[in-house]
Design a protein around this ligand. Structure first.
Ligand SMILES: Cc1cc2nc3c(=O)[nH]c(=O)nc-3n(C[C@H](O)[C@H](O)[C@H](O)COP(=O)(O)OP(=O)(O)OC[C@H]3O[C@@H](n4cnc5c(N)ncnc54)[C@H](O)[C@@H]3O)c2cc1C
Length: 301
């Protein structure tokens, strides 16, 4: 990343929310379920499947947790009614993990059970390392309760991940593997770019025999080609809405399965910041937006 981009990443929290919103627009379907439904329909028409994420994380208010849980149940209904090819992705802290393990477990179970009734699937996202144990425990308990329409995420950044793959293998899990967005300390995580990549490849190799299905979540061309080399069917690629679309289009043209992560909702700020911090051209986007406003245009970077 260029020096200017790195400097801007550090300053991003100081950038006004209205500017963040405009330049992060490409990463978010909109604020309402209808926006997500339209985006998924468009993706499906282009040969891509989707996973809908209701934005909201680290929620500490019970009413808000209930709202997010309800929003997931509504999303599952809408997917069914519209005959869309999409599942949902859920952050445990959006469904109450900060209020207690049992709160998140109960809400997740309600959503997974409803999804099972209509033949859909729920992916449990993985958040920062303080939540890894609880998230894997919820996943295991749901599977042990007989729910098979649920999968979880593992992060190649974490040193523990190969052990987690081995421990989960008896469940023949459905796993999304990603690098991991949360920066974790050296003691528990690989921190170098190449180290993380290398562990990602090791995880792919381990998952190929341990998992029943693998979602290879990455926009890194090296890992895309490593996955093609290592993985036997069944697996799919997964990418984030608005990120490296030409690479995704190429994968679909080549006949690969591709699922797009489609976030929507009013709690867009934290998610947007993370996406902008990962964008290698962030300075360019902010500059174009700012210049656009100075020149009286809409800043459509
Ligand atoms: C479907 C999906 C689900 C995910 N779920 C989780 C999860 O549950 N938990 C978790 O911790 N992380 C999750 N992630 C995030 C993931 O861990 C990485 O942080 C993120 O995908 C970037 O890693 P990368 O493999 O794409 O490699 P990178 O090296 O970060 O990116 C490869 C290239 O993609 C481009 N790129 C990447 N991001 C952007 C961007 N925002 N804007 C423009 N270009 C960009 C750049 O050109 C970059 O060089 C998910 C990612 C995806 C795709």
């Amino acid at each position: 990343m260029a020096i200017l981009d790195r400097a801007l990443v550090r300053l991003l929290p100081a950038v006004p929310r209205t500017v963040v919103r405009r330049i992060a627009d490409r990463y978010i379907a909109g604020e309402e379920l209808g926006d997500a439904v339209e985006t998924v329909a468009r993706l499906n028409a282009g040969g891509k499947t989707a996973t809908i994420d209701v934005l909201g994380e680290e929620v500490g208010r019970r009413e808000e947790v209930q709202e997010i849980t309800r929003a997931y149940l509504d999303a599952i209904e809408a997917i069914s009614e519209r005959g869309l090819d999409s599942n949902v992705s859920i952050k445990p802290t959006g469904l109450g993990l900060l209020l207690g393990y049992d709160v998140a477990r109960e809400n997740l179970e309600a959503v997974v059970r409803r999804a099972a009734e209509v033949g859909n699937f729920v992916r449990i996202d993985m958040e920062d390392a303080s939540t890894t144990e609880d998230t894997l425990r919820i996943y295991r308990e749901l599977r042990e309760a007989g729910l098979d329409n649920v999968g979880v995420v593992l992060q190649a950044r974490l040193r523990r991940t190969l052990d987690d793959i081995e421990a989960l293998a008896e469940l023949r899990p459905n796993i999304r593997i990603c690098k991991g967005i949360y920066l974790e300390p050296e003691e528990i995580a690989f921190t170098g770019f190449e180290e993380i990549r290398l562990n990602y490849v090791r995880c792919l190799e381990a998952l190929d025999s341990a998992a029943s299905f693998v979602g290879v979540a990455t926009h890194d061309e090296f890992l895309v080609s490593e996955a093609k080399r290592v993985m036997q069917e069944p697996y799919e690629f997964q990418m984030l809405l608005g990120v490296r679309e030409p690479l995704g289009d190429q994968l679909v043209r080549d006949g690969a399965r591709l699922r797009i992560y489609v976030p929507y909702g009013r709690q867009w700020y934290e998610y947007s910041l993370r996406r902008l911090q990962e964008n290698p051209r962030i300075a360019g986007y902010v500059a174009t937006d700012t210049l656009g406003r100075v020149l009286g245009r809409n800043g459509s970077a």
